[in-house]
Design a binder for this molecule. Structure first.
Ligand code: FMN
Length: 228
């Protein structure tokens, strides 16, 4: 076009393109910032929900069971919490009347039994659930012996017992003390009854009912294991 300096037209076009690029960059930056903000907010909402479900650190359930109630309860608990399980056995036969009388004598005299295993390496675990039937108002002899022979220093310990009757606070405290004497910090105490009172009698609950009752404890147990 006459009278128009082509070089200055090129210069304007270049500067217009520069402004366009700058605006595009600014818009892109804003979009990126929005995306990052949305991701941050989503993470802030989602992560605490996961944290509520995941116990802080690895958990091991150690249990003793003579007639299968505590074993069934611990197995359903182990699955619900997705944690490791370890059965502690009594090396002495506790099946018949003599075995039980022997155990009652020992537990009341404060004498130990022999357990298999005697000790467990708690190294990989932050939380230990100790589980047993109640015998003579104490944790069953094999578990009592096991707690006495192992150290729980630095571990959060949750006590989970099964019994025919509700275990009152004064006995719970003795169970807690047993764990404390072996160095553990007691983070919770949970119990499930193996019987229902019917007309003044204790009627055994079905294994299904015991497992249902155990599953009701899961949210409380998760809180205790997470240290809340
Ligand atoms: C030797 C012995 C002593 C028991 N003492 C008590 C007791 O003092 N209080 C109680 O509520 N239940 C007592 N029980 C009942 C058991 O704690 C209960 O049935 C438990 O759920 C059985 O668990 P297991 O099948 O895992 O062995 C006793 C059972 C046995 C065999």
């Amino acid at each position: 076009m006459p009278g128009v300096d082509p070089s200055s037209r090129n210069g304007r076009a270049a500067s217009m393109a520069g402004i366009g690029n700058l605006m595009e960059n600014t818009v892109m930056k804003k979009i990126l910032a929005m995306i990052l903000l949305i991701l941050f907010l989503a993470a802030a909402c989602i992560l605490p929900a996961f944290a509520q479900e995941a116990p802080a650190g690895k958990t091991l359930i150690v249990y003793y069971s003579r007639s299968g109630t505590t074993k069934a309860a611990c197995e359903v608990l182990g699955k619900a919490l997705n944690v490791d399980l370890r059965e502690i056995k009594d090396r002495n036969n506790r099946e018949g009347g003599l075995g039980i009388i022997g155990a009652m004598l020992k537990i009341n005299l404060g004498v130990q039994t022999d357990t298999d295993p005697e000790k467990v390496d708690f190294g990989p675990y932050k939380n230990i659930v100790v589980s047993a039937p109640v015998w003579a108002s104490q944790p069953g002899l094999a578990m009592k012996t096991f707690i006495e022979n192992n150290r729980f220093d630095g571990k959060n310990v949750v006590i989970f017992i099964t019994s025919d009757s509700f275990i009152e606070e004064k006995y719970q405290e003795k169970h807690r003390q047993l764990v404390k004497d072996s160095g553990g910090t007691v983070a919770g105490y949970f119990q499930v009854q193996a019987t229902d009172p019917v007309n003044g009698e204790k009627v055994p609950r079905s294994k299904d009912k015991i497992m249902q009752e155990t599953l009701k404890l899961v949210p409380g147990l998760q809180k205790a294991l997470a240290g809340r």
